[in-house]
Design a protein around this ligand. Structure first.
Ligand code: PHE
Length: 342
């Protein structure tokens, strides 16, 4: 039995010394010290020994157990520190390698103007509202007081989605007015930037897809003075404090009265030049007092409330702002163009 124990000691200590990893080491612990391990197997036979042999062998077994435990502990520590060493080496950072350049993109000129417009209105207490690009004709036409037979409803102007003319790609952001008013009770102050679609041939000033920002204010006692004051703030913020504006009577079915707003040409200051095509003024947006019929159609009493609305073309703002002469540049995504705005 002594021999047996001796060989267990030799074998186990060698195996432990040679163990390659922690899980192998754990298997050895079970193999030698476990309940069903080799040492236990020997100890189970103690009963068959003589009274004087028993304590000797028992003591020897205890010493061996202790040395196996020590060996396991030492090998565990060695493997752990080797592991840590390897990890530290693998994860080492060579601070002498030149850094990677971060290629930062640029905001699209349209996005710059979009963000700027939204910021101006958020500063005046407006909220941003959203509406679908695929819109019901009910919202884009009927409830905006645009009658059957109006030219914008024609198939040559509008991208219909359904044969029955009930669904189309919205041709303006104005349906968002209706969507907001039918849900929200005044006071209402929202802007809604987004994409709109019209069947226009592509050229330097036209695109079948472009962007507008709608604005809507409804409350008690809102007047044309509020409209003018608010839009003047926006245009002066965009074009500078000396910007001169002009409100010119116009017609939109969903506002009454309606106007178009021009800014005096920044190039010739009203004299007339190439930039303003000899006009002295550049048209920038459409606006007006929300038509009582539109208010009533959304469940808002026009006797109690009034409001103003406006719609501004974002491409046109961006083109003026950055002196971009051709609208197509905006959508071609040529990096040589886009890079100029970083
Ligand atoms: N929706 C109009 C257009 O696309 C602009 C507009 C909006 C006019 C709101 C008045 C009020 O031309």
């Amino acid at each position: 039995m002594k021999n047996k124990l001796e060989s267990i000691r030799e074998e186990s200590l060698r195996a432990i010394r040679e163990a390659a990893d922690l899980s192998g080491l754990d298997a050895l612990r079970v193999q030698y010290l476990g309940k069903k391990g080799s040492l236990s197997a020997v100890l189970k036979q103690l009963g068959s020994l003589s009274a004087e042999e028993r304590p000797q062998i028992g003591q020897m077994a205890n010493v061996i157990r202790a040395s196996i435990e020590d060996a396991l502990k030492a090998r565990t520590e060695a493997l752990q520190s080797a592991l840590l060493e390897r990890k530290l080496q693998e994860e080492a950072v060579d601070v002498t390698i030149p850094g990677k350049k971060v290629e930062l993109g640029a905001r699209h000129p349209l996005q710059i103007v979009w963000d700027e417009c939204v910021d101006i209105f958020i500063g005046m207490g407006f909220q941003v509202a959203e509406g679908p690009e695929i819109e019901l004709s009910e919202y884009d036409f009927d409830r905006l007081n645009i009658p059957e037979g109006h030219t914008v409803r024609e198939w040559t102007d509008t991208f219909y989605i359904t044969e029955d003319e009930k669904v189309h790609l919205r041709c303006q952001t104005s349906p968002v007015q209706v969507r907001v008013m039918e849900k929200q009770t005044p006071p209402i102050r929202i802007v809604s930037p987004g994409r709109v679609f019209r069947k226009d041939e592509i050229d330097a000033t036209h695109s079948p897809m472009f962007h507008q920002m709608e604005g809507l204010v409804v409350d008690k006692g809102i007047t044309m003075g509020d409209l003018k004051g608010t839009l003047n703030v926006m245009l002066k913020r965009l074009y500078g404090p000396d910007t001169v504006t002009r409100f010119r009577p116009h017609h939109f079915p969903f506002t009454e009265p309606s106007c178009e707003v021009d800014v005096q040409c920044f190039e010739c200051h009203g004299e007339g030049c190439r930039v303003c095509k000899g006009e002295g003024w550049i048209e920038v947006l459409g606006a007006g007092m929300v038509h009582p019929r539109v208010l009533a159609g959304c469940g808002i009493d026009p006797e109690e409330y009034s409001g103003f609305a406006f719609g501004v073309g974002l491409e046109r703002l961006a083109m003026r702002r950055f002196s971009i002469s051709d609208l197509r540049l905006m959508f071609e995504n040529d990096v040589r163009f886009l890079r100029q705005f970083s």
